[in-house]
Design a protein around this ligand. Structure first.
Ligand SMILES: [Zn+2]
Length: 212
């Protein structure tokens, strides 16, 4: 699975495009920035965009989802049901951040950990519900790649003081779910550089050697 990062989205959020080189089936994870470059790559490489996967309902991660969906109407927009209320507050979120309000994206499918049969190029797409940054925050795992949204960053974790955040919950999600994954898994966060599960277990200042 190829991964292409577009790191300069609104508020420094990252959009990811993943696709299988053979089948050309692909997905977008969050859509945070201008869609022109992404659109070009999808068209040039003839990628069949199957999903637009939302990690959580904060405005910076869904900022350009509606725009992208109009360009690729067959792509299914998926999000966890518990973040639906956040989408209703997108205008408030944008006002608070001082940015132009966006069109609230339409969700084609609600997902949770029980969602089965989500596949990209015959590879299982696993949903890991990691509440804490928001109630319905999820990570997407495919092969050895984890798209962690604003749950886990390199050397940090998502903030818990906004719209559905809870420190105890994020701590639990990371310790009991993400840190149980294979240490070699690469983590592609919603902001900043990529990392690995093994590195974060060892060096993340919120956990470090406290992990048992
Ligand atoms: Zn967020």
């Amino acid at each position: 699975m190829e991964v292409k990062a577009f790191p300069n989205g609104i508020f420094g959020a990252t959009t990811y495009l993943i696709y299988d080189k053979k089948t050309l089936e692909g997905a977008i994870i969050d859509c945070t920035s201008s869609t022109d470059e992404i659109e070009n790559i999808i068209k040039t490489k003839k990628i069949n965009l199957k999903y637009i996967l939302i990690t959580h309902g904060h405005f910076d991660h869904v900022y350009c989802v509606s725009k992208l969906k109009t360009k690729f109407p067959d792509a299914q927009v998926l999000m966890h049901k518990l973040d639906m209320p956040l989408l209703g507050q997108v205008e408030t979120q944008c006002n608070m951040a001082g940015v132009d309000t966006i069109k609230v994206p339409c969700i084609d499918g609600l997902i949770d950990e029980e969602s089965k049969n989500l596949k990209l190029a015959d590879k299982e797409l696993k949903i890991i519900h990691t509440k804490g940054h928001s109630k319905g925050g999820v990570c997407y795992l495919i092969e050895n790649k984890l798209f962690s949204g604003d749950t886990l960053f390199k050397d940090s974790i998502g903030r818990c003081d906004l719209f559905g955040g809870d420190f105890k919950e994020i701590e639990k999600s990371i310790k009991e779910k993400l840190f149980k994954l294979d240490e070699g898994i690469t983590v592609y966060p919603g902001h900043g550089e990529k990392t690995t599960i093994g590195y974060e277990k060892k060096y993340n200042p919120y956990f470090g050697s406290n992990i048992s």
